[in-house]
Design a protein around this ligand. Structure first.
Ligand code: SAJ
Length: 423
């Protein structure tokens, strides 16, 4: 493709996208308002963890296809990949999208294409971006083309999914959608479907809301299993053999910057017409409190007053370094409210990002009364229960990720979320 790209926002989505275009021979200029992020990219130092990113970044910078700065430059295509969080009251904060759009306006020329990648409430392109883009003086739809092409990649497997997943591209008109397709065809191998911008916006948040509702269902089932003396993980495994059933898994809550946020866009839009989405969100948001209560119950049953909890896992999910909306932070907050002492360890969270954080597994667990697993990092499976000396040999796995047999053989009382067989 003989076009240049300017990517606004060099975070978890913008940076891998910029690097992938650059690795495919496209000249890319990356922009971030954070000068530290820009400097680290120029120096080929990563500010986020993602398998394969370092090699790809090295190649992109060394071959001269990727530059980074705090300000945009003129380009043929502008891709906006900035955060779209929610305010305290759970309504959408679209200020980053608005500001990023405003920032590119002085650089726009006839024939340019502006693509929004960030996940947003339906009508954001129409109501937030277009009013800014009009200020360029260009005629929207004939001189300036605009589309929504939401990313659908999962952290930890971003590069594989960036290339192989299908894309839903929604244009403000047919030409915008078609031009956007040409851009992504540079590397996307999955099918690319074209629609209008609002449909693409809705499809993206429907996908994440589907997952949130499904996880809420699994969390509710986990509580039923605890009443029934059934192992929910086994039961879900069997139910999913049905060709039309795909139940997700329970856990200590739903984190990350996507699934814990996007359903709120539909709640805000639908109000009392979205009770199921709202309820699912609340069920998932209540899981950290439930996890803390279950931990307290186990301690009580063992006649341990007060007690020290060693939390394993601070990231919002396994094998990532991302703590955004992490259930672990909420669980620790709830444990503190119950008067319990907490230490934590996460092999993927390198710096001191949480006051309870210790630098090793041993340091976190050695004088603990209970080990509480909140994230399914691959390292946790390999930990040797014989190498540690906690105060009490009790472990509570909320992600079904430990080698249960090894812990039981080492003399541990093993508790699993959604399974009360061993109570
Ligand atoms: N979780 C469960 N049970 C499950 C699956 C996940 O409790 O069965 C929890 C995880 O532990 C985590 C949270 O849900 O705390 C979210 O993790 P995730 O792996 O489901 O999703 P994300 O947030 O990493 O990425 C999602 C993906 N969306 C879908 O699968 C529909 C990804 O494809 C999107 O691109 C991404 O959101 C996004 O950026 O929107």
């Amino acid at each position: 493709m003989n076009k240049t790209i300017c990517v606004i926002g060099l975070g978890y989505i913008g940076l891998p996208t910029a690097v992938t275009f650059a690795n495919h021979g496209v000249k890319v200029h990356g922009v971030d308002i954070n000068p530290d992020a820009v400097r680290s990219i120029q120096e080929k130092q990563l500010h986020i963890e993602e398998p394969g990113l370092q090699e790809r970044l090295n190649k992109a910078v060394d071959e001269g296809f990727l530059t980074a700065a705090t300000t945009p430059i003129e380009a043929d295509v502008f891709i906006v990949a900035v955060p779209s969080p929610i305010y305290e009251d759970k309504t959408a904060n679209l200020e980053y999208v608005r500001e990023a759009t405003a920032a590119i306006v002085p650089y726009l020329k006839p024939g340019n294409l502006v693509i929004l990648e960030s996940t947003v409430p339906p009508k954001t392109v129409e109501r937030v971006m277009i009013p800014e883009l009009i200020k360029s003086g260009l005629d929207i739809g004939t001189e300036l083309f605009v589309s929504h092409s939401p990313e659908r990649v999962i952290p930890g497997r971003i590069f594989e999914e960036l290339i192989n997943n299908g894309r839903i591209i929604g244009g403000i008109n047919k030409q915008s959608a078609e031009l956007t397709k040409e851009v992504y065809e540079v590397f996307v191998k999955g099918p690319i479907h074209l629609t209008d911008a609002t449909t693409a916006e809705l499809v993206k948040i429907m996908e994440n809301t589907y997952r949130d509702i499904n996880i809420a269902f699994a969390n509710e089932l986990a509580k039923m299993a605890e009443i029934l003396d059934v192992n929910i993980w086994e039961a879900i495994h069997y139910a999913n053999f049905h060709p039309r059933v795909n139940i997700h898994f329970p856990g200590p809550g739903v984190g990350g910057h996507c699934i814990a946020i996007d359903p709120w866009f539909l709640v805000e839009l639908g109000g009392d017409k979205a009770p199921m989405i709202h309820l699912a969100r609340n069920i998932n948001a209540s899981m950290p409190g439930y996890t803390a209560q279950q931990t307290q119950r186990i301690l009580n049953e063992n006649k341990i007053a007060g007690g020290k909890v060693a939390v394993l896992g601070l990231a919002f999910k396994g094998n990532v370094d991302d703590m955004r909306e992490s259930p672990s932070v909420e669980v620790i907050y709830e444990l503190h409210k119950l008067g319990l002492e907490v230490t934590s360890f996460d092999p993927h969270i390198k710096e001191n990002k949480h006051p309870t954080q210790t630098q090793s597994f041993e340091e976190a667990v050695n004088d603990a009364d209970i080990i509480l697993v909140l994230t399914d990092h691959k390292e946790f499976k390999e930990y040797n229960p014989l190498s540690i000396t906690p105060n009490n040999k009790i472990v509570f796995d909320t992600k079904n990720c430990l080698n249960r047999k090894a812990w039981e053989e080492a003399g541990y009382q093993f508790h699993l979320l959604g399974d009360s067989k061993n109570k």
